[in-house]
Design a protein around this ligand. Structure first.
Ligand code: GDP
Ligand code: MN
Length: 435
């Protein structure tokens, strides 16, 4: 097709890890206009879209330039984080004591095991103190096993009586490894990835979790009537008060995704994901949003090996242990078709595709980048990374348990931070002025 160019040829021929007889067929309606929200791109637009998706962000990949850009990135992050911020400067923040206050259609969501009760309670405690005791959003807990009475009581006893709490079991077919996965092959591939020091590869439950959070959770019956979810998980921390309704902020400002941290991933875990994704995009070009955050996907300096190993993907991803999702985006034709396609490529098991890179690719490709919001004001920690805003000196907003602007206590991990690329190449002046 006309949108191919030399760069595409180069990447496309780079890898295809599984023999074609192992790949299942997916029907796709290449190039056909869709009813609904998808824009039928003209040739010129398509050319420029694919040009951007096939071209590395930086030309000069010398060691010198890598060093220079990495230092620049660290400085940009530090500069932005050293600015005192408070709440987003929009005129539609909603407070719990506003007249006629009404909650959004939303739930706090946690996938958790019975044995992790004592690890999720302190998280709930912090979220209640900082945010939810004011707003009273319901909680939804999901598990691949039945929740025990002890777990349910433990949660209910902690929360006020009038708080809605849902407990649900995940259908085995949505959780377990699908039957068409060849277990011998899976084990062989995981031996290889383990030798490459990729985390969690031998834990089938982890593969299940990543697949579930990528493509199944938003169909769980308990989430059917909600539009937004705020994901939390055991052992995370919330450091700062949030005095406005986060979900209403999403709704009134037309955001489909909220994140706090964004990072590089272990490239071996997603070795073929970009190549397959490009295959999907070529078959379904009209799902692509021309205002997508492509540059963030195509950054190729700070972790240039990642870009090489994945044949063209920075591995930058939103850290989904915190994420606020507009479920309508996940339930959209583009997202669902993409998930079916990825499922057919079986990389949730033959590699270890994380839900974070999968979600991030979908967002950066199918959503307008202005609909993805960095909650700079939410103080949040998941080992080993932190988003810690700097507050005005007299502010009692944050509780002093995080160091403003400090991404990680381990200096060598600073190069795992992808936020500078987001700031430099995706955020507009307007976004920057929002805090
Ligand atoms: P990490 O953050 O990537 O190190 O992964 P975690 O161990 O924190 O798991 C991510 C999320 O999935 C957390 O909310 C866990 O509670 C949940 N999770 C992971 N594995 C399982 C599992 O086998 N069963 C259940 N119910 N939850 C799981
Ligand atoms: Mn975790």
């Amino acid at each position: 097709p006309y949108y191919r160019n030399a760069v595409y040829e180069q990447y496309n021929s780079a890898i295809n890890p599984w023999p074609s007889n192992q790949q299942s067929e997916v029907s796709t309606d290449a190039g056909i206009a869709h009813d609904g929200p998808y824009e039928m791109h003209d040739d010129e637009t398509l050319n420029s879209i694919f040009q951007r998706l096939e071209t590395p962000l930086y030309d000069d990949v010398s060691d010198d330039n890598i060093k220079k850009q990495s230092a620049k990135n660290l400085k940009l992050y530090n500069d932005i984080m050293s600015v005192e911020i408070d709440e987003p400067k929009v005129d539609n923040l909603v407070r719990y004591d506003d007249e006629n206050y009404e909650r959004a259609s939303a739930t706090i969501l946690s996938l958790v095991r019975n044995k992790d009760l004592m690890k999720i309670l302190p998280v709930i405690d912090q979220l209640e103190t900082k945010f939810n005791s004011k707003f009273g959003y319901p909680y939804t807990f999901l598990n691949d096993e039945e929740f025990t009475e002890e777990f349910k009581k433990g949660i209910r006893n902690y929360l006020p009586n009038d708080r809605v709490v849902n407990f649900g079991k995940i259908d085995d077919k949505d959780w377990n490894m699908p039957e068409d996965i060849d277990v011998d092959k899976y084990e062989k591939e995981m031996d290889k990835l383990e030798n490459e020091k990729v985390g969690y590869v031998k834990l089938t439950s982890y593969h299940n979790m990543c697949r579930f959070y990528s493509r199944k959770f938003y169909h769980h019956p308990l989430l059917k009537d909600y539009k937004y979810t705020w994901r939390i998980e055991p052992d995370v921390n919330f450091y700062c008060n949030i005095d406005y309704d986060i979900f209403k902020f999403m709704e009134l400002n037309d955001k489909v995704y909220g994140f706090v941290l964004n990072l590089y991933d272990s490239p071996q875990s997603v070795r073929s994901l970009w190549t397959y994704t490009m295959e999907f995009l070529r078959e379904n070009p009209n799902y692509i949003n021309k205002n997508g955050a492509f540059e963030w996907l195509k950054e190729n300096l700070q972790q240039n090996k990642n870009f090489e190993i994945t044949s063209g993907y920075s591995t930058c991803h939103f850290w989904t242990n915190f994420e606020i999702n507009d479920l309508d985006f996940l339930r959209s034709e583009a997202y669902e078709k993409y998930m079916d396609f990825l499922e057919s490529k079986q990389g949730f098991y033959y590699e270890r595709w994380g839900d974070a890179p999968v979600r991030s690719l979908a967002l950066a490709l199918f959503a307008d980048k202005s609909k993805i919001h960095w909650f700079r004001d939410i103080g949040y920690h998941h080992q080993p990374y932190t988003n810690c805003p700097k507050c005005p000196p007299d502010s009692k907003k944050c509780d002093g348990r995080c160091v403003p602007g400090k991404f990680t206590p381990w200096d060598n991990l600073n190069t795992q931070n992808c936020q500078a690329t987001w700031i430099e190449h995706v955020m507009t002046e307007e976004d920057l002025a929002l805090y």
